[in-house]
Design a protein around this ligand. Structure first.
Ligand code: ADE
Length: 224
């Protein structure tokens, strides 16, 4: 999978992708992440990428020309399955969207800033608009970090069996069951007996029951 990220502050995203699972995915050549600084596509020597909005009002708007130049350059080099715009008024990200995006070949992620992008960018180029929640961030970069992390761990072979994504919360509209590791007892609190029984069938049943119980208690909306 190839992910091209367009941003005015790409340096914001380098360290999260240079650690842990996303780093491992890149090292294993299962994903390539490329950053594109929008200022490199600015139309004048002042590297201007934003301007006042027509009709008045506070806040700058990202201009269409630099974005168009950058997207068209990328599109001339390869085909893209999705051109995503990170924005608080997009569709709220969930595990189903991540599952589906993890199966794509090439995607572009455009990070918005200021008041957002000129509407014509959205009309002409964007195929999917994604929000990571009902709050406004200072830019789309943190949303892009969340999205890329959530997608990368789902790409086949990124996680080993021991960390399989199939048992994550939300994979089957259920939260994950509780997990335990050593010691068997801590300050009088014991690991549930069933997990020490060695009976894998019974353990599976117990985990399903716990997942259902936890979902009913904490996220009943998932069961509807
Ligand atoms: N940009 C600003 N706020 C955002 C959000 N909540 N999700 C995605 N991109 C954003």
């Amino acid at each position: 999978m190839r992910i091209d990220i367009i941003s005015v502050v790409p340096e914001l995203m380098t360290s999260p992708f240079d650690a842990s699972i996303v780093k491992r995915a890149q090292e294993k050549k299962l994903v390539e992440i490329h950053f594109h600084n929008l200022r490199d596509y600015a139309k004048n020597k002042y590297n201007q990428i934003d301007d006042y909005q027509y009709g008045g009002g506070s806040g700058m708007v990202m201009m269409i020309e630099p974005i168009s130049k950058c997207i068209n350059k990328l599109k001339s080099e390869r085909e893209y399955d999705e051109i995503i715009y990170m924005t608080p008024d997009g569709e709220t990200l969930n595990q189903k969207m991540c599952n589906s995006l993890s199966l794509k070949g090439n995607i572009i992620i455009l990070c918005g800033h200021y008041k957002g992008v000129d509407q014509r960018v959205r009309d002409l180029y964007i195929t999917k608009e994604i929000s990571i929640g009902d709050y406004v961030l200072s830019g789309g970069e943190i949303g892009a970090i969340v999205l890329v992390d959530a997608i990368c761990r789902l790409i086949p072979s990124v996680l080993g069996d021991e960390t399989s994504a199939l048992t994550d919360s939300f994979q089957d509209d259920l939260l994950a069951p509780p997990v335990y590791t050593r010691p068997e007892e801590f300050e009088g609190k014991k690991v549930p007996e069933i997990l020490l029984s060695g009976n894998l069938k019974k353990i599976d049943v117990w985990r399903e029951e716990q997942a259902l119980e936890r979902t009913q208690k904490l996220r009943p909306d998932l069961l509807k």
